[in-house]
Design a protein around this ligand. Structure first.
Ligand code: PEP
Ligand code: MG
Length: 574
């Protein structure tokens, strides 16, 4: 019998494929003393042989299905399992320290991984992931567990996991992964955001229900409705095959908006920009005809590695993005680490409430060297396009002034050194803390723009952790209290002749766009896949009409009332 699970529709799309369950991260092996190191060495050799046999099997299947190029990676894995630096050193360590094989292997591999990750060469850094992968495989053999790795996928798959970290999501093989389902997470958790930028169907926050799904179960993932059907009937399969085709047709219609301007029915031009996490996202941004980049989350440059990216490395990334966007505005946000985004090599003390702790600009103002390196890279890159620098998590004017003072110092130093910095560089802030929204008129005087970060603004206004699905009902972007804050911010910006944008998830929400337009928002920054539907929607709306309707919505009592009102208006206009 089929089973229906529901969760949060995190990234739209319909997928039909078999499930693949991704097990939680392997644990760190415990150290044990062994009496017979020679026998332990033999255990290691046998486990390595067994791992090689597995990899060889995967290589064969990949070769058959996808050809030699895709199978190469597994040849590299086989080669690594013969690498004396890894295997002989581990054998030596078992003997010299009299410890168990899994512990010795883990120790040796960790130091190799660390060394590779700190290299400047990207290919070598990628090898760190390979060493990790094969080490995990051998350790699973030693511990008698089945190893599950994303790289093993060789057929269309829907991934099922308790949770996916941003780096798990970044590593997904898009050739095979058609979508994913996670037990925890919300629309604004980073794996959800990543799924939207990869245009991958995803349902998150199903709760423990999804834990019953097994590898091989047939799955219909209707991520547009937030539904997961496990082992569907033939009739359901037929129905969803049709729906999937209809959905694909709709996407084709949207494509006709790629080269059109973002303009309302009454001729008001707005900017429909895109959020990115790195240069890999650019392709989608360009393919969807975005008017610019409204948020580059630079923290992803710092994550999944063991040391800080150098000024040079950052400069080349920022320059690349600016050049690719070819004169369109690129808003680059300075490091926003903390909250749910950790940086292990920064070794920050554990905090009771990381979302209320030393994150983003607070951390950068404390660790000035880190901040200055990023600012220098940005200032240097400013000559290669239309750059706007944005500071995250500004709560009070003092933080903005301090950040601008440091920026001005770095600019002066660069200019003294003879390095040019753009004269048209804009400096703005995210408005994502209620204090900043309420005092937006004060802040507006000292910035070029605001970008409203509703993901955080809503969590702080509602006092509801954006990662906690038991309070996800309080993520209410259409609630009049949120609309009032948004209105304050837009009005403050416009009164001071500055532009107001939004880069939180609300900016791409089709039931919020008409209200935001009516409130006078100029720039909407969203995942690349939302740009075309937003452009099509905006082309049907009159800004003047929605200015009046937004006023009415703001006077309502509940989010539901606002939603019903907006949907009814949209239906009557259709
Ligand atoms: C936000 O808070 O709305 C935002 C865009 O930033 P992030 O999701 O990266 O915290
Ligand atoms: Mg934020």
């Amino acid at each position: 019998m089929s089973q229906l699970l529901t969760g949060v529709p995190a990234s739209p799309g319909i997928a039909i494929a078999k499930a693949y369950r991704l097990e939680a991260e392997e644990s760190i092996p415990q150290q044990r003393k062994v009496d017979d190191p020679a026998a332990e060495q033999q255990r290691l050799r046998s486990a390595v042989d067994a791992a090689k046999a597995d990899i060889d099997r995967i290589r064969e299947t990949t070769l058959e299905r996808l050809g030699p190029q895709k199978a190469e990676i597994f040849e590299a894995h086989l080669f690594l399992l013969d690498d004396p630096d890894l295997i002989d050193t581990t054998l030596d360590q078992i003997e010299s320290d009299g410890v168990n094989a899994e512990y010795a292997l883990y120790e040796v591999a960790s130091s190799i991984i660390e060394a590779l990750q700190s290299m400047d060469n990207e290919m070598l850094r990628e090898r760190a992931a390979d060493v990790k992968d094969i080490t995990g495989r051998v350790i699973s053999k030693l511990e008698g567990r089945e190893h599950s790795a994303l790289s093993e996928l060789s057929a269309e798959t829907i991934l099922i996991a308790k949770d996916l970290t941003p780096s798990d999501t970044a590593q997904l093989n898009l050739e095979f992964v058609r979508g994913f389902v996670t037990e925890i997470g919300s629309r604004t958790s980073h794996s959800a955001i990543m799924a939207r930028s990869l245009e991958l169907a995803a349902v998150v926050g199903t709760g423990a229900d999804a834990s019953a799904i097994r590898t091989g179960d047939m799955i219909i993932l209707d991520a547009t409705a937030g539904q997961v059907i496990v082992n569907p009937s033939d009739e359901q399969l037929r129905e969803y095959t049709t729906r999937k085709a209809e959905y694909e047709e709709y996407k084709t219609r949207m494509r006709s908006y790629v080269d059109r301007p973002s303009v309302t029915a009454d001729g008001v031009e707005v900017e429909l920009a895109s959020n990115i996490g790195g240069i890999d996202d650019l392709e989608k941004v360009l393919a969807n005809g975005a008017d610019g980049i409204g948020l580059f989350r630079t923290e992803f440059l710092y994550m999944g590695r063991s040391s800080f990216p150098s000024e040079e490395e950052q400069y080349s990334v920022y320059k690349h993005v600016l050049e690719k966007m070819n004169g369109k505005r690129v808003v680059i946000r300075t490091l926003d680490i903390g909250g749910d985004k950790e940086l292990p090599y920064l070794q920050l003390p554990k905090e009771m409430n990381p979302f209320l702790g030393q994150r983003a600009i607070r951390l950068c103002l404390d660790k000035e060297d880190l901040f200055r390196t990023q600012l220098r890279a940005l200032l240097r890159a400013s000559m290669h396009g239309k750059l706007a620098i944005m500071f995250p998590m500004i709560a009070v004017l003092g933080e903005l002034r301090e950040a601008k003072r440091i920026l001005a110092e770095e600019r002066a130093k660069l200019e003294q050194e003879g390095t040019k910095v753009s004269d048209t560089l804009e400096v703005g802030i995210m408005i994502e803390i209620p204090a900043a929204a309420i005092a937006a008129d004060v802040l507006a005087k000292e910035v070029d723009f605001f970008s409203i970060g509703t993901n955080d603004l809503i969590q702080y206004t509602m006092a509801a952790d954006r990662m906690n699905e038991s309070v996800a009902y309080l993520y209410q972007p259409h609630h009049p209290s949120i609309l009032r804050l948004v209105q304050l911010v837009i009005q403050a910006a416009n009164r001071h002749g500055k532009w107001a944008g939004m880069c939180g998830e609300m900016a791409g929400d089709s039931a919020a766009i008409p209200l935001l337009l009516g409130l006078g928002l100029y720039e909407f920054s969203m995942s690349a896949s939302s740009v075309l539907p937003a452009r099509e929607l905006i082309s049907r709306l009159s800004r003047e009409e929605w200015a009046g309707l937004a006023e009415q919505a703001i006077g309502m009592s509940t989010q539901q009332e606002v939603l019903d009102f907006v949907n009814q208006q949209l239906r009557s206009e259709a």
